[in-house]
Structures are given as C-alpha cells and as structure tokens.
Design a protein around this ligand. Structure first.
Ligand code: TYD
Length: 138
C-alpha cells in the first residue's frame, strides 16, 4: 500500500471512566492496526523545541499525548497535514513512509509512542531527499 497521509488518522482509544481517574488500555492488532513491539515516551522537551524530522521505511506507530499537547505535521511527499494531539484517549496512527515533524509542545507534555518494531537505525530516513527517493520508489 502506498504511503499516504490519508491513511494516517486519529483513532479514538478505549476509555474506562472512573471518578477516581480514567484508564486507556490499548491492545496491539485490535485497538490499533499493528502489533506493539516497543513503547517509548518523549518528555522534558524545552519550550520552542522541535523533534521528529525523519520518516520510517517499515515502522508503524501510534502517537499519543499522554499529557499536555503538541502538533504533529505529516508529509507523504505530496500532501501535508498538521494534527494537534491533546487528549490521552486519542492516538494518531502513522503508517510507514511518512515524514513527521513534532512542534508546539506544551509545558510538561509527554509524547507516548507505541511502535510495531524494536529500535533500528536502518529503518530511519533522516534526509528529506532520501525520503522523497524512497516514497517515489527510486
Ligand atoms: P529519534 O527517533 O531521532 O527522536 P525524535 O524523533 O524524537 O527527534 O531518536 C533520538 C535518539 O534516540 C537517536 O539517537 C536514537 C535514540 N533512540 C533509541 O536509542 N531508541 C529508541 O527507541 C528511540 C525512539 C530513539
């Protein structure tokens, strides 16, 4: 399937309501369209800082604002869109072959990522030119 930002959507995750606090469970391959192999989270982002600036060849990810808010800009080489995440029971599914930039982190934001594979530097496209060559099949 071709990498397209139109395949990257905000998914509503389950929410178990309780007056003493809520729980969001996420089951790989069930609540989200891939098995979860790795979890990581980004935090203590200094004000005004941006992150991301890369794409993945094979990795599927779900990005969640576990706390606070931030913007995710997705680019498939043809189209771009920016999504603001600010609720812990919503996650942005990012399919392989999508360039992403992360910006506008609120103070105390925690960006949680559920990923389909272990960390592999060879799966990264860190140069925009290489990304365009990859998505254009060069
Ligand atoms: P990177 O994915 O480039 O961060 P971001 O997209 O948030 O800017 O990762 C930054 C550094 O952390 C890079 O040197 C690789 C390392 N890293 C790991 O060792 N394991 C991981 O699971 C991740 C996500 C990053």
């Amino acid at each position: 399937m071709k990498s397209s930002i139109f395949n990257c959507n905000v998914l509503e995750l389950p929410k178990i309501h309780n007056r003493a606090g809520n729980i969001t469970p996420v089951h790989g391959n069930n609540d989200i369209p891939f098995p979860v192999e790795r979890v990581y989270y980004l935090y203590d982002v200094p004000g005004g800082e941006t992150r991301g600036g890369h794409a993945h060849k094979k990795l599927h990810q779900l990005i969640v604002a576990a706390s606070g808010s931030f913007d995710v800009t997705l680019d498939d080489g043809k189209n771009k869109k920016t999504v603001t995440l600010n609720r812990p029971n919503y996650g942005l599914y990012v399919c392989p072959g999508i360039w992403r930039d992360l910006s506008n982190f609120s103070s105390g934001a925690v960006l949680l990522v559920l990923a389909s594979a272990k960390y592999d530097e060879n799966d990264y496209l860190r140069e925009y030119k290489s990304f365009l060559e990859f998505v254009n099949g060069l």
